[in-house]
Write a protein that binds this ligand. Structure first.
Ligand SMILES: [Fe+2]
Length: 520
């Protein structure tokens, strides 16, 4: 039976939008590689990282394995060996090389990997031009989200590779036209939240349940299903912790005081010899005594002391929070606040009044005043008014997250993007917050924010069927959730419900923290 033309047009048009997005995302990966040499793309400088060349092949492998081989009749794989060679961790598909051996992949050469990408690109383009079935389009959307995850990993992996190189090359020189507009971070203030409504105090919705009839309503399986939870009143800091504040922790012997550290964290600190975040190197020639390696090469701490601190493990983030007399937020507190920011509706809460009472640092905690890099910093002084905060408008609107299950869902052709310092900004490093932006600020972009939440399945969680069920679910042990994306996350990849996860000792991602505490 013929389908009515009126039904075909929108489907064709959305399929064309998906093709456009496919081209954009694949091109972004290649654009990122443009400053790199073939030799750069072969380096694997730690067991948890991968060579950029491997990322180029593996993302193509994903499209070939989960879309082309399943949905294209008589599809000819580029090279049958690639089926196992570029499998990352999908054990139900068979064996794969040990991850630490990826640095030995001088063969296949880069040219062949680039031909592989072109082969896959052409096949996906043909598929999308022939009105493919819904499931294949869903898989392409997943493949694009996967490609964006690996683009971010390529950025963090090459940063580590260049740091370990004795010449410490820059991925790209700093662009003078991208000088930050702000040099001093805004004060760090408390925002208070009393979740829920008077009828259901404390009850809020977390996660998402994408419309199953909308093949573009994407979320990873680990973000589903949307479900109610209880949240007690809490306070969240208006911005992430910045380098100058973290320096005060270092100078207060934070790395030598076991009472501040979780047991496993202290053991890791001892074993690894941690004295500062990853990429901080003592540099007596600079006023602050430290330089920090960035994708633009080394920069004195004094130049970027007002930017959010990053490359922290969960253990360091947790120790800093304890030192300051506070704690890390739960992932649910974070999402509750971020969902209001993402939806543009203002307040995430049906009740409660955000306030900015006091500094987030407990009385008696060392001040950053007097630190070589923070003299004159206003970061922990005073509390500005919140007049003009989007929360006031949101309170009036009576926004209730439980009644808005789709307000934070991800990719949809034509959807607007969240604002923040993402990969597309070109900074490739966290930036100073704005003195005039609404608070909370920098929830999205800049740094992934460690939460205190273990990575587990939500009530009713079901992994994707088949081998794709290995994508997220099998990592639900011994990992901690991070939220919000970073300065190397593609901007169309993030959403309020997005759950990143790493083992608690991980430091090579752009991971920082935002403080929280109990009570409204
Ligand atoms: Fe992957």
């Amino acid at each position: 039976m013929l389908t009515q033309p009126s039904n075909i047009a929108p489907k064709q048009s959305r399929s064309a939008e998906l093709l456009e997005r496919f081209r954009t995302v694949r091109a972004a990966t290649m654009h990122f590689c443009s400053p790199l040499s073939p030799e750069d793309m072969m380096v694997q400088s730690s067991p948890e990282a991968s060579p950029v060349k491997w990322h180029l092949a593996h993302t193509s492998w994903f499209f070939e394995t989960f879309i082309l081989s399943e949905f294209v009749a008589n599809y000819q794989p580029f090279d049958p060996n690639f089926h196992w060679l570029f499998n990352s961790y999908y054990r139900s598909l068979g064996e794969m090389p040990e991850k630490k051996l990826r640095a030995s992949f001088s063969r296949p050469p880069l040219d062949q990997i680039l031909s592989y990408r072109r082969h896959v690109d052409a096949a996906i383009e043909r598929l999308l031009s022939h009105m493919p079935e819904d499931e294949s389009q869903r898989r392409i959307v997943l493949g694009l989200e996967h490609e964006q995850q690996h683009l971010e990993l390529a950025a963090t992996d090459i940063k580590h590779a260049f740091f370990t190189n004795p010449l410490h090359p820059a991925y790209r020189p700093a662009n003078p036209s991208l000088r930050p507009s702000e040099n001093i971070a805004p004060p760090l203030n408390w925002l208070s939240f009393t979740p829920g409504t008077s009828a259901r105090p404390g009850i809020v919705g977390i996660g998402t349940s994408p419309d199953p009839t909308d093949i573009y309503a994407f979320a990873f399986d680990n973000e589903t299903p949307r479900h109610p939870i209880y949240l007690a009143p809490f306070q969240l800091a208006s911005r992430p912790v910045m380098c100058a504040e973290y320096l005060a922790f270092i100078e207060d012997n934070g790395y030598s005081r076991p009472e501040l550290w979780l047991s496993e964290g202290w053991d890791t600190l001892q074993a690894e010899g941690w004295q500062a975040p990853l990429y901080w190197v003592r540099d007596p020639a600079t006023p602050a005594g430290w330089s920090i390696f960035t994708l633009q090469g080394f920069r004195p701490l004094g130049e970027i002391s007002e930017t959010p601190v990053c490359h922290l493990s969960f253990f360091e983030a947790d120790a800093f929070a304890r030192w300051s007399g506070n704690r890390l937020p739960t992932e649910f507190e974070w999402e509750f606040v971020a969902s209001g920011v993402a939806s543009g509706s203002g307040s995430p809460s049906g009740s409660g009044s955000p306030s900015t009472a006091g500094s987030p640092y407990a009385a008696g905690s060392p001040s950053t005043a007097g630190s070589p890099s923070t003299a004159g910093s206003p970061s922990i002084a005073g509390s500005p008014s919140i007049a003009g905060s989007p929360y006031a408008a949101g309170l009036a609107a009576g926004f209730s997250p439980l009644n808005n299950p789709s307000q934070t869902e991800g990719f949809s052709p034509g959807a607007s993007h969240l604002r923040g310092n993402f990969m597309e900004s070109g900074h490739l490093h966290p930036q100073v917050g704005s003195a005039t932006a609404p608070t909370p600020q920098q929830l999205f972009g800049d740094v992934w924010e460690w939460t205190q939440s273990p990575y587990t399945g939500y009530p009713g969680y079901k992994p994707l069927p088949g081998a794709l069920g290995e994508y997220n679910g099998k990592f639900m042990s011994s990992q901690i959730v991070l939220r919000g994306g970073s300065c190397v996350t593609p901007e169309t990849h993030i959403r309020a419900t997005y759950r990143n996860f790493f083992s608690p000792s991980t430091r090579w991602q752009f991971s920082g923290l935002r403080l929280a505490r109990d009570g409204a």
